[in-house]
Design a protein around this ligand. Structure first.
Ligand code: EPZ
Length: 422
């Protein structure tokens, strides 16, 4: 197993190219199940999660081929099965999103329940309600969801989500595009990844309107074609490097981004004393002076993303004053707090609220993390800490950050990957 070793206190200066969004790419990959044409994804992030999704798709009959220039070709002339087994679903929740496309194309699906994960219980009840609203019959058997479309296929339906869910909104779209008739989805998530998926589906011949707003309307079509689609920039990777630069100090330009997708973060960083200059497809982040504490609460888009909460907490450890951070999306997403404390941070967690008191003179230590965003928050803290920080369980990082140590060391960070000693 690998680990990341950081010697902190080097400012970051230079340019960091941002990759395509993991959380968009995974759902776009699932869309390949909807067509016998080739879906050619550009700007694909090379990540463990994408490879994992490709394994599942291959199991279902999709030919996946990585091509030069970060392209991924996906083609399923016909599907070889409609079962997504436990072993190929349990490690990553996004794999559950193959259920809708399988139902839409083949009329049935058997998909293992994804189970809970470190950041919370994460049920799939809204996903299943959406499939039922499209006419599917759902039964649960031995840890599997068995879904059966009515004779003649899925039918358009009216879905009012009781609360906002990114995955359920995407999943409903992935099924409704091939349903007979019109579907109306209300109280939808508005994340940029949802608009990215809808735009790709439309390029494949679907009729989706309203994605990116609370109400999405889908007129079902009988078939979809292949297309070429560039994955939208990763706003979470963008925000992560922005906070790395703010924590370490220096002057960094992030390229290949959509600055508008991080408005909530930019507002908080500016309030904290960080320079944020938005270009058309780039953002410049610079910090020289001290950081000021800012309160923050996570919320569905366009609010502050839960996927940047851990990184923001790491940054606030360095800021003058007390910052109150409230997590409203997942019930157990403060696991980075005790690890940050090992580096010298002062954090009190009570329920879904953390109070961070700074500035803490962070000092390097061995740390480990239990999820992807938590581990990168430890890297950020390590960049600002005196001495050596060793982050174990790097497989979490590899799920969602492409060439992390390469991107950071190109800007002057002293960071390397090494094999964990037994
Ligand atoms: C997506 O997860 C992302 N994952 C998450 O990123 C992200 O944190 C989350 O959206 C919120 O932005 C992917 O896109 C692959 P939700 P998702 O459905 O779709 C509850 C990362 O680090 N809920 O919007 O699973 C749920 O438990 C990951 O990259 C139900 O109760 O999130 C949560 O409390 C982590 N029933 C809330 O809704 C359901 O059927 C929002 O979850 C579905 C969700």
């Amino acid at each position: 197993m690998d680990r990341i070793v950081i010697r902190g206190k080097s400012p970051l200066n230079g340019t960091i190219p941002i990759s395509g969004a993991k959380n968009s790419a995974l759902k776009l990959m699932a869309a390949s199940l909807l067509t016998d044409g080739e879906l050619l994804l550009e700007n694909m992030p090379r990540l463990a999660d994408a490879r994992f999704m490709a394994h599942l798709l291959a199991h279902l009959g999709v030919e996946a081929e990585e091509r030069a220039g970060n392209q991924l070709s996906l083609k399923a002339a016909s599907l070889s099965g409609t079962t997504a087994p436990y072993d190929l679903v349990r490690k990553m929740r996004a794999t559950f999103n193959v259920l809708g496309p399988l139902l839409a194309r083949e009329g049935k699906a058997k998909v293992s329940l994804p189970g809970g994960c470190a950041i919370g219980a994460r049920p799939v009840d809204l996903h299943l309600k959406a499939m039922e609203a499209l006419g599917a019959e759902i039964t649960l058997e031995e840890g599997y969801v068995l879904a059966q479309a009515p004779a003649g296929g899925l039918t358009g339906g009216h879905i009012v989500f009781p609360f906002v869910s990114v995955g359920a909104t995407e999943h409903a779209m992935l099924a409704a595009v091939l349903a007979r008739g019109t579907s109306r989805l209300e109280n939808c998530a508005r994340e940029p990844e949802i608009a990215d998926l809808a735009n790709c589906l439309n390029a494949m011949g679907a009729k989706v309107s309203g994605a990116g707003t609370g109400t999405i309307t889908i007129e079902g079509v009988t078939s979809l074609n292949g297309t070429l689609w560039p994955v939208v920039a990763d706003r979470i990777e963008t925000g992560t490097y922005a906070m790395a630069a703010a924590a370490a100090g220096g002057d960094v330009t992030l390229t290949g981004v959509v600055p508008a997708h991080n408005q909530a973060l930019w507002a908080d960083l500016r309030e904290a004393g960080v320079t944020v200059e938005e270009g058309e497809t780039s953002v410049r982040i610079a910090r020289e002076g001290p950081l000021k504490a800012v309160d923050m609460q996570t919320a569905p888009y366009p609010g502050f993303p839960t996927d940047l909460q851990a990184q923001f907490m790491a940054l606030m450890c360095l800021a003058e004053g007390a910052s109150v951070i409230r997590e409203t999306i997942f019930e157990n997403r403060f696991m980075h707090a005790p690890e940050l404390t090992r580096l010298g941070a002062r954090i009190d967690v009570r329920g879904n609220e953390a109070v961070v008191r700074g500035p803490a003179p962070l000092k390097g230590a061995p740390v480990m993390a239990t999820d992807l965003r938590a581990s990168v928050s430890l890297v950020i803290a390590g960049l600002a800490a005196a001495g050596e920080t060793i982050v174990s369980r790097v497989y979490h990082l590899d799920r969602g950050f492409e060439r992390l140590e390469e991107k950071l060391s190109a800007c002057g960070a002293d960071i390397r990957r090494e094999k964990e000693q037994a």
